[in-house]
Design a protein around this ligand. Sequence first.
Ligand code: PMP
Length: 338
Amino acid sequence: MKYVENILGTIGNTPMVKLNKITAEIPALVLAKVEYFNPGHSCKDRMALKMVEDAEADGRLKPGGTIIEGTSGNTGMGLALAAIIKGYKLICVITDKQSKEKMDILRAVGAKVVICPTDVEPTDPRSYYSVSKRLAEETPNSWYVNQYDNLSNTKANYEQTGPEIWEQTDGKVTHFVVGVGTGGTISGVAKFLKEKNPNIKIWGVDTYGSVFKKYKETGIFDENEVYSYVTEGIGEDILPKNVNFDLIDGFTKVTDKDAAVYTRKLALEEGLFVGMSSGSAIKGLLQLKDEFGPDDVVVVLFHDSGSRYVGKIFNDDWMRDRGYLEDEITKAEDLIKE
Ligand code: PMP
C-alpha cells in the first residue's frame, strides 16, 4: 500500500513545467515550479509546517495552544492544515483587500478570521500587524507566528524548495525568478542554490507600491515608494527579516495591470491556472529577458492557484472596472505616479 499518514505528508515535491508560448521571446529554457500542487494550493504550506514544528520543538507552541498570524491567506491555509492535524486552534488576521475566496477558504478549514483595514500605517492599532500582536498578548496559551521575521520561513525553503529545484534541473539552473513578500521563498532558495553554485543569479519580483527594489538599489527605505496596490502576496511596506538582500542580485517591478493580464495569459497559453503573483513573476521574467542566453536554465516559481482569484482576475467586470482588459500592457506614462 502506498499512502501518507495525513495530509501534511503531501507537502512539497511540486512539479516543474516547461513554459512554451508565453516565453517564446526568451532564448533560454524556462521552467515553472508550480506550487499549487501543494495540499493548501500554495508554496506557503512548506513554511507554515516548518514554523509550527520549530515552535513545538522549542516550546513556543504548547499542546492545545492557539496559533495567531497576520496572513494574506496562503500562510493561513498552510497553518490551518497543520493546526487540524496537530490539534491547535488558529486565528488569522487578514486585510480587507484580500479576496473573498481566501477568507471563505480559511473559515472552511476551521480558522477564525479577523479582517483589518489595508490603508493604515503598520504602526496604526487597526493594522493587521498591530491587531495580530494584540490578540496574541490577550489570548492565553497562544503563539504569534510572525512569518515576516520568523526565520523558520526561510529555512523551510532552504531545506525543501531549493534542493527540489536543484535536483529537478540536474544542477543546471542558472537563474531563479520569484515574487517577494515575506522573502522566505527567495532567501531560502537563494541560499541553497548559491551554496551549490555562486554564479546562479537570483531575481526578485516586486510591485509598484512596495519598498524592496529601491531599498536594494540605494539602501534607503523610502516611504514615498509605499502606496496601495492590487497584487496580492508580494511587495511590502516593511523590511521583513526573511528578505536577505545580500543573496538577491536585483529586483524588477511589475504593475498591477500587467500582473493581471499575464495571469490570464498563463491560463490561456500554458494551461496554468495560477494566482496574480504568478502573473507578476512571469511578466518580471519577460522584463529581464536581456539577462538570459540560449544555454541558460531559468526557473520561475508560481506561488498559488487561480481558484483563489475567480472573483477578481478571472472576472471580466472586475478587470474592466480597473481598465485591465485591454490587450496592451502598461506604457511608460502609466508608471508615473500622480
Ligand atoms: N505570492 C503569493 C500568492 C503569496 O501568498 C506569497 C506569500 N506572501 C508570495 C507570493 C511571496 O512569498 P514569500 O512570502 O515567501 O516572499
